[in-house]
Design a protein around this ligand. Structure first.
Ligand SMILES: Cc1ncc(C[n+]2csc(CCOP(=O)(O)OP(=O)(O)O)c2C)c(N)n1
Ligand SMILES: [Mg+2]
Length: 477
């Protein structure tokens, strides 16, 4: 007897060969796949909300530099993935979102939970109307462009027998010719299809060059020994002084090429196409760089003066240098970015381009699972404001359920940046309700003891640090 392979079985096998953990929320239209995944080797982390599942997948992909997966049902489930998928799109993260849809005969009809989910295709997406294997293979290759991909699958398609469709893609190893310039601008595109371990080796390849970086690429070379961050919150003199800038994987956003210099900088930039670059290609490319530039590296000028920034500084100073700081959006993002020196890659994970509040808490959960799966021995610290922390506070459920050692720091200024005042619930009581230890920290001096104790242990902790409000320094514009 020939055993038929159903599409949900095929997808599960396909994922099982490639991912150890995925993030989901179940529902009727995706249940066949959800259930099959539960019976596979894949760890299926059920979030409290699809938004959480999406952000977790995003955090996971940013560390592994490989694709990650989130799963949601039709209609409301898919809708809740909107913000995380938009974040993944704007911040260049390889998230594969698989959503359900009612049976094909109801598509376009006023059927329960039926809704066209094409709006989730921020980069690429497919309505999977036949159980073709090529959808998965094609998605995998698209995900190497570091953007999210969405597969929307009707429930009857999931249950049909797979049809094998050949998908082949010609891929030749690229040759890189000699390029002359005087400053390297490195963006996260340089990570290409490299593994986490290969990413750590880029430092050695680049250390002899003057290297300016974008936000997400901070730490690709040791910032304390090189130019490091440029643009809105970094150096701009090096950009001005260079006659030719070689761009390796920067998207040239307004954060990097600020408005006032933008036209002038764009004119002198040589963009190298390094999409989907692998490690041997990168080595080859770097060998062919001809760079001659001398530049006195300016030391950082920002000094913590107010209560908020001094407490951020105390936190950073008491954490191991290689900690992965997962930030939210708010004043702490700016203070942390200005005060942290990134000497290794992925020291700061944040929604740099989308600036999405509510990212840090679930994002740090994804980061933590990735550090476990890929045996990356670095502390994971989630840093939020009091507004951002409460946006996805329900995901603490996942933290306590899986006893994830993450340090959650909430800076309580009782304000949403400069927008308005807010009243907070007692975050420590909420932590308790989730079975997580938490403390309210009033003075700067207490931070050291709490962090030291935390580092010795093996469980999560919430520190709610009271801060007096402080204005941000002006950015370069
Ligand atoms: C989802 C989302 N909604 C709104 C905003 C606009 N916004 C940016 S920062 C901010 C306030 C952040 O407040 P909080 O988390 O308390 O951090 P703080 O600046 O007070 O340290 C808001 C409302 C945003 N970036 N993202
Ligand atoms: Mg606040």
């Amino acid at each position: 007897m020939v055993v038929e392979l159903r599409f949900y079985e095929y997808i599960t096998n396909f994922l099982e060969e490639r991912v150890r953990t995925l993030f989901s929320y179940p529902g009727e239209q995706i249940y066949k796949l959800f259930e099959e995944i539960n019976n596979s080797k894949i760890k299926n982390i059920v979030a409290a909300d699809e938004r959480g599942a999406g952000f977790m997948a995003d955090g996971y992909a940013r560390i592994s530099n490989y694709f990650s997966v989130c799963l949601a049902t039709a209609g409301p489930g898919g809708c809740n993935l909107t913000t995380p998928l938009a974040t993944a799109y704007k911040d260049s993260s390889s998230v594969l979102a698989i959503t359900g849809r009612p049976t094909r005969k109801y598509i376009g009809e006023n059927y329960f939970q039926e809704l066209n989910l094409d709006f989730l295709n921020f980069h690429k997406g497919f309505f999977v109307n036949e159980p073709k294997t090529s959808y998965l293979e094609k998605s995998l290759s698209l995900l190497e462009y570091k953007k999210p991909v969405h597969l929307n699958i009707p429930s009857d398609v999931l249950e049909e027998e797979v049809c094998e469709v050949q998908y082949t893609e010609e891929r030749e190893e690229r040759e890189f010719k000699e390029v002359e310039g005087d400053l390297l601008l490195v963006g996260q595109g340089i990570y290409g299809t490299l593994t986490y371990k290969e990413i750590l080796k880029i430092n050695k390849l680049l250390s002899k060059f003057p290297v300016a970086t974008t936000f997400p690429a901070r730490g690709v070379v040791k910032e304390e020994e090189n130019i490091g961050l440029v643009g809105r919150r970094g150096d701009i003199e090096s950009l001005k002084k260079a006659k030719k800038i070689i761009n390796l994987g920067a998207s040239l956003s307004y954060n990097t090429y600020v408005e006032s210099l933008r036209e002038e900088l764009l004119k002198k930039t040589i963009n190298l196409d390094i999409q989907r670059i692998n490690y041997s290609e990168l080595k080859n490319l770097i060998k062919n760089l001809n760079i001659d530039f001398s530049y006195d590296i300016k030391k950082r000028t920002f000094k913590a003066k107010g209560d908020y920034s001094r407490k951020v500084e105390a936190l950073i100073n008491n954490l191991p240098e290689d900690s992965i700081l997962v930030l939210d959006a708010g004043k702490h993002t700016v203070f942390t970015s200005l005060l942290k020196t990134c000497n290794i890659p992925k020291s700061i994970i944040a929604s740099h381009s989308f600036g999405c509040m509510g990212f840090s808490l679930p994002g740090s959960i994804g980061v933590k699972f990735a550090t476990e799966d890929f045996k990356i021995d670095r502390e994971v610290v989630s840093i939020s404001g009091d507004g951002g922390f409460i946006m996805n506070i329900q995901e603490l459920k996942v933290v306590s359920q899986h006893n994830l050692k993450i340090l959650f720091v909430v800076f309580e200024n009782n304000k949403l940046a400069n927008f308005c005042r807010i009243e907070n619930p007692d975050f420590i009581k909420i932590a308790e309700a989730f079975g997580i230890e938490g403390y309210r920290v009033e003075s700067l001096e207490e931070i050291e003891d709490y962090v030291k104790d935390y580092l010795k242990g093996n469980k999560p902790l919430i520190l709610s640090i009271k801060v007096e409000d402080e204005d941000l320094p002006k950015p370069n514009t």
